[in-house]
Design a protein around this ligand. Structure first.
Ligand SMILES: Nc1ncnc2c1ncn2[C@@H]1O[C@H](COP(=O)(O)OP(=O)(O)O)[C@@H](O)[C@H]1O
Ligand SMILES: [Mg+2]
Length: 269
């Protein structure tokens, strides 16, 4: 045997092993995600427009329509879903050592936030760490009993949301905007990013509509960018108590979310 061939053989072996591992990881991930029929990203270029709020209230509305929604909170820097939904218990472990997402009001939740030592701690992740953390969380969770998974994404159009989108392979997105000019611009940026990645957009929701910020940005974006308008959610006092969920407290907010959920469900069917 020619000794000069040795490094090549070793390299080839390690490459084959790497591919085998990747294949095993993908298989494990696919098995773990098998119960979920649809994975929907809730996304906006801008922070603070109501992604978390839309995710939680929309999930509750889906339970009323007979679905078994889950929420996956991958807003890396600010994982707020557990707070917004009021979940206080941490995941339990099943007999196969997979985490069981805690459930409240019929919504199961898995969040990066469960792994913070304390809630004020900043989570600093870079691309490959985000990819690994998400993959581990996805394949290490028992997703059974969830048919629609809403994913609360990080804002922006840079590394974090991009990595999350590429790792998660979502079926489509709900874009959130507010009526304001800057939010509108950022929503359009998000739409362009999703289109560039060849992903599907289910529609756009306008949050914070009404007396203070006006309304119409959602409809305008829908018309100009050929995506469906799912509805507007008015700015209301009922969102200001962090112990309460507008969908459960306020009939008007409840109605608005039921309309958004109805339109969304039609798109899924
Ligand atoms: N329609 C609304 N009316 C009043 N307050 C709202 C409304 N939607 C969201 N909020 C509040 O605005 C803040 C930011 O919303 P949040 O969902 O956390 O945004 P994001 O997840 O996009 O950063 C929260 O305190 C939330 O309760
Ligand atoms: Mg949020």
């Amino acid at each position: 045997m020619n000794p000069t061939n040795k490094p090549d053989i070793n390299q080839a072996r390690s490459k084959i092993q790497q591919l085998k591992n990747q294949f095993e990881q993908r298989k494990q991930l696919a098995n773990s995600l098998e119960p979920i029929k649809t994975k929907i990203g809730v996304y906006s270029g801008k922070g603070g427009v109501g992604k978390t709020s839309v995710t939680v209230n929309l999930a509750l509305s889906l339970t009323k329509m007979g679905y078994n929604p889950g929420i996956f909170d991958v807003d890396i820097d600010c994982p707020n879903i557990t707070k917004a939904l009021g979940v206080t218990n941490k995941p339990q472990v099943d007999d196969q050592n997979r985490m069981i997402p805690p459930e409240l009001h019929g919504v199961k939740v898995m969040s990066m936030g469960f792994f913070q030592k304390n809630e004020d701690e900043a989570i600093i992740f870079r691309g490959p760490m985000i990819h690994n953390a998400i993959n581990q969380l996805l394949s290490g969770t028992n997703w059974s009993g969830i048919d629609v998974l809403l994913v609360d994404l990080p804002p922006g159009t840079s590394d974090a949301p991009l990595t999350v989108m590429q790792t998660l392979d979502l079926d489509g997105f709900v874009i959130v905007t507010t009526p304001q000019e800057l939010a509108k611009l950022d929503a359009i940026r998000s739409i362009n990013m999703i289109k560039k990645l060849n992903h599907n957009i289910y529609g756009i929701v306008e949050n914070f509509s009404g007396e203070y910020f006006g309304k119409g940005a959602g409809k305008e974006i829908s018309k100009n960018h050929d995506i469906d308008f799912l509805g507007s959610i008015e700015m209301r006092r009922s969102y200001s108590d962090p112990q309460k969920i507008a969908y459960l407290e306020d009939m008007e907010a409840n109605n608005e979310y039921n309309q958004v959920a109805n339109k969304l469900i039609q798109k899924l069917d």
